[in-house]
Design a protein around this ligand. Structure first.
Ligand SMILES: [Fe+2]
Ligand SMILES: [Fe+2]
Length: 477
């Protein structure tokens, strides 16, 4: 049988772009990948995004460097979104059974196990950004080139979004690995390259038939580290010397000083991703959308912390002089089950919804007269409304109603008694009052005479049900 000759002079009406703008007719008359091959490759991309999401999330708590903690929160969320899109697309392509949990190639599994088990910040950075992300990007680009642009337009569309964000990850990762290079890991670096080669790259186009390579880090069983760590800019991590909530909700103080205290509360939210990451890692068996929703919420909390950082800079104040403690995440991660932690978070977030919660913070921000404060609290409020909905969606059915879920969260939180005296006795902190120093900096930057009453604020969290909500434990939202 001979191939037919295509029409040479076929034209669209009035030369309008043909095929809904997807491609030219010339491109479209070429065959593309089969549905079977598309599904095979898409499942491998799905696997990579699942593994990267898990590795990044599992590192958030124990990663000391703040900038990396925040980037991992962001990038884990992006991976979760691509997992969601790929799952949806694969399900449209004559599957089920979906088989999404199947490991596509043992060498690809070993490749990600090695990165997950890596010992240092530098190695994890290198493994994810210099190896995994670039290999995945290359495979996505090949798919976009190989597949039929009209027949498989839905896959092309989601992979174009994936490509865009993988490029963003590389843009972050490239300078990061230059600043924090791996040391003496040549053998490991070579192992990663070899494993990818044996797997035939991320898409498995040309797998190499090789015996199993000896693993380096992933010979040992992986154990998740739930203990929060911070870099050296974070000092005095058990300090509970300034009761931020008491200041914020008092009628005695002016909005400009309250805005500064609110920025402290925002940057202190670094403890929420540290805690939420442990829920995601240590909770198994939920539908995928549970992990997607929690990853989104985790990323929002990381943004809240960074908005606090930005707020400090805008107010002319060095945030390292405040005490951004980890008491909250540390204690929840070590004293509660993942289920209890989630219930505590739920209880706190439902409590932010009344007028005295996020709306109040937004109003104070506006009254402060510093425009960026308004922007920060406006979006912080919107995010918290979303989080309260996410909590209701996942927790309320589990406890048989809003009130039982609230009651359980309240009980879990109440069980964590104040450690104000113990940390002091152990010499972990003297609960120094750092507030006057911070406030003075803000006054100098604003060329304002310090308000004596604000300067004198010295209420600590001792013997307080520290948050406005309750509990001896301060932190979180
Ligand atoms: Fe938050
Ligand atoms: Fe939240």
């Amino acid at each position: 049988m001979t191939e037919p000759t295509p029409l040479a002079n076929y034209q669209s009406y009035k030369n309008l772009p043909p095929l809904a703008g997807l491609c030219t007719i010339k491109d479209a008359i070429q065959p593309g990948l089969s549905v079977e091959e598309c599904v095979r490759r898409l499942k491998r991309f799905h696997y990579c995004f699942v593994r990267m999401h898990a590795i990044l999330t599992a590192r958030i708590t124990a990663e000391p460097i703040y900038e990396l903690k925040m980037a991992y929160s962001h990038h884990a969320y992006l991976c979760a979104e691509h997992v969601t899109a790929l799952r949806q697309r694969i399900s449209e392509m004559r599957e089920p059974p979906l088989g999404l949990e199947v490991v596509p190639h043992p060498a690809l599994e070993a490749f990600f196990d090695e990165i997950r088990n890596a010992h240092s910040t530098e190695e994890i950075l290198f493994g994810i950004y210099s190896r995994a992300v670039s290999a995945l990007l290359e495979a996505c680009e090949r798919y976009i080139r190989d597949t039929h642009p009209l027949a498989d337009a839905p896959s092309q569309r989601i992979l174009r979004f994936a490509r865009l964000e993988l490029c963003d990850l590389i843009e972050f990762g490239q300078p990061a690995v230059v600043e924090l290079p791996i040391a003496n890991s040549t053998a490991w670096n070579t192992l990663l390259e070899n494993l990818l080669e044996i797997a035939g790259g991320v898409d498995g186009i040309n797998p190499v038939d090789e015996p199993n390579l000896p693993r380096i880090y992933s010979n040992a069983t992986y154990t998740y580290d739930p203990i929060p760590k911070r870099d050296e800019r974070f000092q005095d991590l058990w300090n509970q010397g300034v009761n931020a909530e008491a200041f914020l909700y008092s009628k005695a103080y002016p909005p400009n000083a309250k805005a500064l205290m609110m920025m402290y509360k925002r940057i202190r939210e670094i403890d929420v991703p540290e805690m939420m990451a442990s829920i995601i890692v240590q909770t198994s068996g939920k539908p995928w959308n549970y992990y997607r929703d929690l990853s989104r919420q985790l990323w929002d909390e990381a943004r809240h912390a960074m908005m606090g950082e930005v707020g400090f800079v805008a107010l002319g104040v060095d945030w390292t002089q405040a005490r951004i403690t980890y008491n909250w995440s540390y204690r929840l991660n070590t004293e509660c089950t993942p289920q209890e932690r989630h219930a505590v978070l739920f209880f706190i977030e439902q409590g932010l919804m009344p007028k005295s919660g996020k709306r109040y913070e937004y109003e104070v921000a506006h009254e402060s007269g510093v425009p960026i404060m308004g922007t920060i609290q406006d979006f912080d409020w919107a995010d918290e409304v979303l989080h309260s909905q996410i909590g209701r969606q996942w927790l309320v059915p589990e406890y048989g109603g809003l009130l039982p879920a609230m009651k359980y969260g309240d009980e879990c939180w109440s069980r964590i008694l104040s450690n104000w005296a113990t940390v002091k006795e152990k010499g972990l902190t003297s609960h120094e009052n750092w507030w006057p120093g911070i406030y003075t900096q803000a006054c100098i930057a604003a060329k304002r005479v310090p308000d004596a009453k604000v300067l004198d604020f010295a209420e600590t969290n001792e013997a307080k049900r520290a948050d406005i909500h309750r509990g001896g434990l301060v932190g979180g939202e």
